[in-house]
Design a protein around this ligand. Structure first.
Ligand code: SF4
Ligand code: SF4
Ligand code: FES
Length: 263
């Protein structure tokens, strides 16, 4: 095909010289759910979200999809692409050049509202139950060691895409949403519990009883899908479990921790 014959996307300038069969999950529980197939042209520089937008523009203007930044920072375009939980805006089409069909489904752990849009409001309800940071009374200046700053910064990279919540089998397969807050909130709880200036006394008891940290069996699936590469399991959940065990199940560890506090 000569340069003059190539089809160009008039909005983005993309050169549409490749083709792919795309199957997208359409519908809602009320209307019925089905996979609908589209033949879509694309450019080697494009990402999956571009292709979903092309389907919207050329074939299905009513296709529902949630997105905002197209830069991997708002956390709203989460989906399952050929079975893998990913951000659509950060997933390159060239990674699928050798694949005949691309299947795009909404996150399976959350109820479908329509097409690729799910109801993730359960996560926001869990978040509301977490008590905020409680600094010591009368604190005027906060001085922290660099290692504490680094640790909290890692936790705070979370963009709330909920891909880890979608992947965790405790939520996805066993639906233990009443007992386990999930990896995203283990990370938030870790950022508070391990903050050297947090004085919330019941935090550890709540992490154990209300947020169910001991239900995690350290499969590390959540860490594998995190687009921010937060080491959810090793740097968040395992230290929380160790603290819970030290406080509630190991009298010797508890005594040592009290002695350390006095030194
Ligand atoms: S490591 Fe724990 S939180 Fe992460 S996916 Fe496995 S069970 Fe869920
Ligand atoms: S911890 Fe990672 S995967 Fe989980 S919500 Fe935050 S950014 Fe997404
Ligand atoms: S559109 Fe914001 S993370 Fe993908």
């Amino acid at each position: 095909m000569s340069v003059e014959e190539k089809k160009i996307d008039v909005y983005s300038g993309a050169v549409l010289d490749r083709k792919k069969k795309i199957r997208i999950q359409r519908g809602s529980p009320e209307t019925g759910i089905e996979m609908v197939e589209y033949d879509v042209e694309y450019d080697h520089t494009e990402v999956v979200l571009d292709i979903v937008h092309r389907v919207q523009a050329e074939f299905a203007p009513d296709l529902a999809v949630r997105w905002n930044c197209k830069a991997g920072k708002c956390g709203s375009c989460s989906a399952e692409i050929n079975g893998m939980p990913k951000l659509m805006c950060m997933t390159k089409m060239i990674d699928y050049d050798d694949v005949d069909v691309l299947e795009i489904r909404p996150m399976r752990t959350f109820p479908v509202i329509k097409d690729l849009v799910t109801d993730v409001s359960w996560n926001f309800e869990v978040n509301k139950r977490i008590k905020p940071f409680k600094p010591p009374e009368g604190l005027k200046e906060l001085t922290m060691q660099q290692k504490h700053v680094d640790r909290v910064q890692e936790y705070r990279k979370c963009i709330e895409c909920f891909l880890c919540q979608n992947t965790c089998h405790v939520l996805r397969t066993h639906q233990k949403t009443n007992e386990f807050a999930g990896p995203r909130f283990m990370i938030r709880l870790a950022s508070l519990e391990m903050h050297p200036m947090d004085t919330e006394e019941n935090r550890l008891k709540e992490i154990k009883d209300d947020f169910g940290v001991m239900m995690c069996n350290i499969t590390r699936c959540c860490t594998e899908v995190c687009p921010e590469e937060i080491n959810i399991t090793d740097n968040g959940i395992i230290p929380l479990k160790e603290r819970v065990i030290g406080e509630f199940y190991d009298p010797l560890a508890k005594a040592i921790s009290w002695v350390k506090k006095l030194l």
